[in-house]
Design a protein around this ligand. Structure first.
Ligand code: FAD
Length: 401
């Protein structure tokens, strides 16, 4: 047909909401909308610390794309994006190529290694459904093997979490819930297990409210987490991490959570990027490209109050998707005026395991159970935006205790 082709890369928060918004609007009739994703399912990146620790089954975080989107209105292609050829208006996939008139890049992020040796080879990442299944299975295997050995190797029971930003803290919080269960299952005394959170910066959760950081640290320490703050990691090795003070912290399990960079497809396709993220125009287009929108963790937007980039979040990815869908619809209708993206940061809540969390919502500080309830409401709200009440009922966090 001579309808324009809209191609959306990545079915994460940004890509899924863009597709869902286009599906609801006339744009899905006036254009051919194609969504490309590696898997035939969408997953909740913000929940991945839970299946990584084994406190939630990984299936709870994912859903079939065909059950959320109407695939008679949106074409779905399951494939891996290899390269974007912007000059030719083409996308190279693993098994085919796609032509586009308008492109949306929503391929998410990968772990930032800062070039530290051994990270890629010896550390795990909380990145996607399969990477977190690998972490959970690996930890289970360490406990199972330890229980079978005559000569005990304690590094099997030492878990190092590199980076105490949001993801690292949320993950170590889940581990404090999971470890007692594992100890019980395998008859291992709890004091044999070491959970070590290593952070290069002078504080845990840099940039977060100090009072809440203190609450989080006290809680996690009381649950057996050992913090090594101000302690950069020099190298990751097969048998643990080499710390800045040249001591070796022996561990069979190193999980790398020191922040992210944009999907490497962006840089490999020749776009100018900062840590893999394209600094987008106000209407979310890539500078110099009238036909390419970039949303979510592949995009970079500046917080005008602080003059620093906003940290990449699902919150921003979802809001960008609304603007992106509106702007695509406008372009399809031949309009020249596009909507300007204005992020509205509603707050941030980090879970600490079980019914514990900390957060700032508006100007309110929350901690303990009230923060945890808020966290679950945020998670459910996203499901509501994507698939209405039925999806909340099916995949939501409905136990509030
Ligand atoms: P994603 O949602 O990550 O999706 C990217 C999609 O692209 C995936 O479906 C992936 O399979 C697909 N893909 C990747 N590469 C390819 C390829 N080459 N070909 C085809 N498909 C590909 N943010 C918050 O706002 N609040 C939180 O509480 C919060 N907690 C977090 C907790 C954890 C443990 C983590 C890891 C992140 C958290 N974040 C949170 C950040 C948030 O998850 C990200 O900012 C968000 O997922 C970005 O959305 P996105 O649409 O850019 O990418």
């Amino acid at each position: 047909s001579n309808k324009p082709n809209i191609v959306i890369l990545g079915a994460g928060y940004g890509g899924m909401i863009t597709a869902a918004r286009l599906q609801k609007s006339t744009a899905s009739k006036d254009a051919n909308v194609t969504l490309v994703n590696k898997n035939d399912y969408h997953y909740q990146t913000t929940w991945l610390h839970e299946p990584a620790a084994g406190t939630m089954h990984h299936d709870k975080t994912r859903m079939d794309i065909s059950k959320v989107l109407d695939l008679s209105k949106i074409n779905f292609v399951q494939d891996t994006v290899v390269e974007i050829k912007a000059e030719e208006k083409k996308v190279v996939l693993g098994t085919m190529e796609l032509d586009y008139d308008y492109l949306v890049i929503g391929l998410g992020a990968v772990p930032e290694t800062f070039g530290i040796p051994g990270v890629k080879e010896h550390a795990f990442g909380i990145t996607n459904v399969d990477s977190v299944r690998q972490i959970k299975d690996h930890i289970d295997y360490q406990f199972a093997t330890y229980s079978q050995m005559d000569e005990k190797h304690d590094e099997m029971l030492t878990i190092v979490v590199a980076g105490a930003g949001f993801t690292g803290v949320e993950f170590v919080g889940e581990l404090t819930e999971r470890v007692p269960e594992l100890c019980k299952e395998y008859d291992i005394p709890r004091e044999k297990v070491k959970l070590v959170s290593v952070e290069a910066a002078p504080t845990v959760l840099p940039g977060f409210d100090e009072e809440l950081v203190e609450y989080a640290m006290n809680l996690l320490e009381s649950r057996g987490v050992e913090f090594k703050i101000n302690m950069p990691i020099k190298e990751v090795r097969a048998d643990g991490v080499l710390l800045n003070d040249d001591t070796m912290l022996k561990s069979n399990t190193v999980v790398w959570t020191t922040g992210v960079r944009g999907n490497p497809v962006v840089e490999n396709s020749g776009f100018e990027a900062m840590r893999g993220r394209i600094k987008v125009e106000k209407d979310l287009r890539a500078p110099g490209y009238e036909d390419i929108f970039v949303i979510g963790d592949c995009s970079l937007i500046i917080n005008e109050e602080t003059e620093r980039p906003f940290p990449p979040t699902a919150q921003i990815a979802i809001q960008q998707a609304y603007t992106c869908a509106n702007n695509l619809k406008a372009l399809i209708e031949g309009k020249k005026e596009l909507e300007v993206f204005n992020p509205e940061i509603k707050g941030t809540v980090a879970s600490l395991g079980g019914n514990e969390a900390i957060g700032v919502v508006g100007s309110r500080k929350l901690y303990g159970n009230s923060a945890s309830v808020m966290k679950k409401m945020i998670d459910n709200r996203y499901l509501y935006l994507l698939g209405g009440v039925p999806l909340v009922m099916k995949k939501g966090k409905l136990k509030f205790y």
